[in-house]
Design a protein around this ligand. Sequence first.
Ligand code: RIB
Length: 301
Amino acid sequence: MTVVVFGSINRDLVMRVPRLPLAGETVAARGLDLLPGGKGANQATASALHGVPTMLIGAVGDDEHGAAMRAAMAAAGVDASLVQNVAGPTGVANVFVSDEGENQIVIVAGANAHVAAPEAFPACAGRAVAVAQAEVPAAQVARFFAAARAAGALTLFNPAPASAEGADLIALADVVVLNETELAFFVGSAVPDGDAAVEAAARQLVSRRGQWVVVTLGGAGVLACGPDETLRLSAPRVPVVDTTGAGDTFCGVLAARLSEGAGIGEALRVACVAASLSVQRMGAAASMPVRAEVEAALVVS
Ligand code: RIB
């Protein structure tokens, strides 16, 4: 079992604000924290903290943020031997987090724009799950998934942030994980309201037999459309401090459990519980639970 993540590496500049700023408005933050981030690095962290051997393929620049992100990956137990060094700045994200736990994020791609997918999928012991998101060039994600499929790996795509280029990659994934806003973008409709509308929209994205489209619904849980069935799981009710990285926790833990051979229903249940733990703390990767915490929460959920 191995999870191989191809994706972005950012340093998150996190500002805690009483409320998210409106256009043209200046809001005073309570402070600034520099935290590990980037959807690729975050999902790799969630998987590694879940105890599954995890490799990250991405790129950092030749600056202090790159060194900090390499240190963060090492601390999380992520194999970063295939992380590339490029000249120039590491990716950064400006993250505002409100007292309600909502966020607003603006990213600067930096080194992420220059990452190259490897020619061949890395050698993995046992079942492998290949994971990617949309903060790195779409052509490189396509190359990564092609190599992963040729090597027999399961592919999991989180098309975030939603973009036209990402739409072409959805068919390459065995499991697609996206939220309601991203779902609306890809099917070209308003954000679906209610389970029936979410299911109808999600089914439009299922492009081949065996593919699962998983829609994360925040505090309302998850709805997953598979070949012959629809699964609907609720999320534990918890106090929300910061939702940044909750989707990444979900994807990383889902990939980790699928690499261990768990069925999709069980893997989704564990991923939901892991995400509900992450929203109770500040930060993206900084908020992610270790496996023992998830196991303990599963007992009471
Ligand atoms: O999903 C959360 C992440 O999105 C943040 O860590 C930020 O870096 C952006 O990539």
